[in-house]
Design a protein around this ligand. Structure first.
Ligand code: FES
Length: 96
């Protein structure tokens, strides 16, 4: 799916698939598909939802997402404040 409404999304390593809606955060899209994903603040500060993009592009909807420059270069993403720009694959953080 790559339409005006959204893109294909996948969570690895478990392979769960979801629709990454253009007008929703990745966290909302993942949750709407029934995929468990940790969250707390839901505003980009606590880092509970941290993941990594292994494919695709997102834009963060806040100017401060709680990521260091190194994390950004390593394609870390905070799904609660990220919206999809393409088909994407989202990797769970290694601690959970
Ligand atoms: S839930 Fe807190 S940064 Fe995403």
């Amino acid at each position: 799916m790559d339409t005006a409404l959204g893109f294909d999304g996948e969570v690895v390593p478990d392979g769960a698939r979801f629709v990454a809606w253009r007008d929703q955060s990745l966290l909302q899209s993942v949750e709407a598909a029934g995929i468990p994903w940790p969250s707390a603040c839901r505003n980009g500060t606590c880092r509970t939802c941290l993941g990594t993009l292994t494919l695709g592009e997102v834009r963060h909807t806040v100017p401060w997402p709680g990521l260091s420059a190194d994390e950004k270069s390593e394609r870390c993403v905070l799904p609660c404040v990220a919206q999809p720009l393409s088909h994407l694959v989202l990797r769970r953080a290694p601690l959970w």
